[in-house]
Write a protein that binds this ligand. Structure first.
Ligand code: 3H9
Length: 692
């Protein structure tokens, strides 16, 4: 095996350089070699050591792919303790990233220097665990309990200036990392500085607000999640024990979290968000240029897409039908960029520069040089075909022609041009400059390079892109209409909309389906029903049409499933809605029965997984992980459950299949998908399909 840690000398200074691409993750081999290198320094006549990262960063943390497997010595806590116990001073010279176990290694060092732009943090809670290599014990001693609690329970990294102010680092460097680290070590030698172990420091005090207030705050901010409160308890141990006992308590709490399904779900989410971009079949494809973007339509969606591009430094030409609409789009986009400046996402100077590259016009001819043109006009096949015919006439050869449709047949749209190979779907989610998800919808004739361009553009825009095939609703909306229907079915048979929302929010969804419908507007569902007509096996609730006819469109009209007013801005229950539902039950001769929260969740999830299986059978999603990413990034699925297909694996595919069989009512809606039957029979999982 190649050397993951190189050891060399600059006079009295030993330099230990870690090189374990891509992120210097602290797997077994690196831990072993790092410990050996520190042992060599102890035996050597060098007077001080500098640890630094080769490549683009210091240390990215523990090797997450080892989690869930039996731990192997030396453990990271042991390595960190070994560094801290070193009788000669050790300096961490940090650049790029020091996250999780990476920052814990730095905390084992006696002096810390970070380069400008470095991210320092303890993000373990985002993976469902807590800093388990002494971070919960050392950080509060160094930065104080309040700051440590913010860092450890929030998981957000901080920059070097903030870290310096907090006392997490001793110096912000300048120039090249190695030279700066060595110069700092020389300064320390000149000052006669010795080792400075954190374990010798006093126990930190309790937080200013008190523990109960912290716990209440964490429960409110992270409902249903376990890691944050456990992490807080570990920090509490630092205030109550000396370091060795505190470390024991940290270990106990860490191990308990390692065994939770939340840890499994969050780590699944971490890996699939990265794996999703590696699309089977796209190997070797070369993205085309994406130097300039054209957008057609300046409504909410078009303006959002234009904003997303400008935020990432791409010039935009936006075409509207009338000058008035073009001016309005210009104002909307400027407002969006102002918002980004206020949120600290962009400097005022960058906003001004971006606005200088925005042209809102009425002439299609202005798009003749655009590399990628994204259409975001009214959802009508005729209108879209007209737009694509015009684009075909003016776009330069090789330009990518994209539609932002959320359900229309992209094959048909492509046929309106003489170049269907250049046509693709780029389905953004609203607001497009904020939502992370992008469905890259590949039509029958789409060229591989065009698909690769969709992914390259998504990356440039900071999106998580998922490959989808053409069908009504693609991956996300096709599944949504199915599990939405499961909620309607339950309402028809006795559950109230409020009970359904509560059960699913307790399960972890940010909002229940009826609150989501109110937020999106009940006219959306109405239009979908009008468009699709009656579908076999799907519940067509009369009350939904009644609410539309009564102009109860949700939040925007102050009434939908809920009533929204000054008294209840977040919505309160409405007996009138319950009456409408009851009337429909009577009409259909259905006697309302009780639904438990468990049954609500089980049915909703079974419907979601079942349609997910059909989406896979139809090749609309290539892998279960594509579905999980869509639901996590665009539909409020609780991240700590990993996504619907991961949920199915963790629940047991046979269990879901059996539930569906029990639910069968002759309508076909609950019939298990053949893929589900097949996996259950073979004892295979969706994860097996991801890895195939
Ligand atoms: C921890 O430290 C626990 C300790 O407290 C206690 C232990 C006892 N492990 O993100 P990228 C892979 S928990 C394994 O695209 P970037 C990633 O899957 C850890 N693999 O790069 C991808 O693989 P592939 C706390 C990892 O430049 C490749 O590296 N640390 C790990 O955009 C490139 O990743 C964290 O939570 C890992 N730790 O961003 C930090 N990290 O190429 C997690 C990455 O096969 N990591 N990979 O798809 C990050 O936040 C980002 O990766 C980082 C680089 C900012 C470092």
């Amino acid at each position: 095996m190649s050397d993951l840690v190189t050891y060399d000398r600059e006079g009295p200074i030993a330099v230990l350089t870690v090189d374990n691409p891509p992120v210097n993750a602290l797997g077994l081999a690196l831990r072993t070699q790092l410990k050996d290198a520190v042992a060599r320094f102890i035996d050597d006549d060098a007077e001080i050591a500098v640890i630094l990262g080769g490549g683009k960063l210091f240390l990215g943390g523990a090797d997450v792919s080892e989690f869930g497997k039996p731990p192997q010595d030396p453990w990271l806590p042991e390595v960190v303790n070994f560094i801290e116990d070193c009788p000669k001073p050790v300096v961490a010279a940090i650049h790029g990233v020091a996250l999780g176990g990476g920052l814990e290694v730095a905390l084992g060092c006696h002096y810390r220097l970070a380069m400008p732009g470095t991210k320092l943090g303890l993000p373990e809670v985002t993976l469902g665990i807590l800093p388990g290599a002494g971070g919960t014990q050392r950080a509060p001693r160094v930065v104080g309990t309040d700051t440590a609690l913010e860092m450890i329970t929030g998981g957000k990294p901080i920059g070097p200036d903030e870290a310096l102010e907090a006392g997490l680092i001793d110096r912000v460097g300048e120039g090249e990392t190695r030279a700066t680290g060595v110069a700092y070590a020389q300064d320390l030698l000149d000052q006669g500085a010795g080792p400075r172990p954190i374990k010798a420091m006093d126990r930190p005090a309790a937080p200013a607000e008190g523990w109960d207030a912290w716990e209440a705050k964490l429960h409110a901010k992270y409902p249903g999640q376990v890691a944050q409160v456990q992490a807080m308890r570990a920090v509490k141990a630092a205030t109550e024990h000396d370091l060795p006992e505190g470390l024991d308590e940290e270990r106990r709490l860490f191990n308990a979290l390692m065994d939770t399904p939340q840890r499994e779900g969050l780590i699944h989410a971490f890996f699939i968000e990265r794996k999703v971009a590696k699309v089977p079949g796209l190997e070797g494809a070369t993205p085309r240029d994406i130097g300039s973007i054209g957008v057609i339509g300046g409504g909410t969606m078009g303006s959002g897409i234009a904003t997303a591009a400008l935020l990432r430094g791409l010039p935009v030409t936006l075409v509207e039908m009338k000058q008035e609409a073009a001016d309005k789009a210009q104002a909307t986009i400027a407002g969006n960029l102002d918002g980004a400046v206020k949120r600290g996402k962009m400097s005022a100077a960058k906003r001004d520069a971006a606005l200088g590259t925005l042209h809102c016009v009425t002439d299609y001819g202005a798009l003749k040089d655009a590399d990628v043109i994204i259409e975001a006009v009214f959802e009508s096949m005729d209108v879209k075909k007209e737009v694509f015919t015009k684009l075909d006439a003016i776009a330069k050869p090789g330009a990518v022609l994209a539609t932002n449709t959320s359900y229309l047949d992209i094959n048909e749209i492509a046929q309106a041009t003489s170049r269907p190979a250049d046509v693709i779907g780029l389905h953004f989610f609203s607001p497009a400059h904020i939502m992370k998800l992008l469905e890259v919808v590949v039509a029958d004739a789409t060229d591989k390079d065009v698909t690769a361009t969709g992914f390259a553009l998504g990356k440039r825009l900071g999106k998580v892109s998922v490959r989808a095939g053409v069908c009504d609703g693609f991956i996300g909306n096709r599944m949504l209409s199915h599990y939405r229907s499961a909620a309607d079915w339950m309402m028809l048979h006795g559950a109230s909309p409020y009970q359904i929302d509560r059960a699913l929010e307790d399960f972890g969804f940010a909002m229940g389906p009826n609150k989501v419908a109110d937020l999106a507007g009940l006219d959306i569902g109405y239009m979908t029903r009008q468009r699709k007509g009656r579908e076999a096996g799907i519940v067509h609730p009369q009350w939904a049409d009644d609410l539309y006819d009564m102009d109860r469109l949700g939040r925007k009209t102050g009434r939908g499933f809920y009533i929204y007013d000054d008294e209840s801005p977040k919505g309160r229950e409405d007996p009138e809605v319950l009456d409408l539902i009851e009337q429909e039950r009577r009409k259909q001769g259905i006697e309302a029965r009780d639904f438990s929260a468990d049954e609500i969740v089980d049915r909703y999830m079974a419907a979601m997984v079942n349609e997910g299986a059909r989406v896979l059978e139809d090749g609309i999603a290539l892998r279960p992980l594509d579905i999980d990413v869509v639901k996590l990034m665009g539909y409020g699925f609780p991240r700590y459950r990993g996504g619907p297909m991961k949920y199915a694996d963790m629940t047991g595919i046979a269990t879901i299949r059996d539930r569906l069989r029990d639910y069968e009512d002759g309508s076909g809606f609950w019939t298990p998908a053949p893929l589900l039957e097949e996996l259950a029979e073979d004892g295979r999982t969706f994860e097996d399909m991801n890895n195939a």
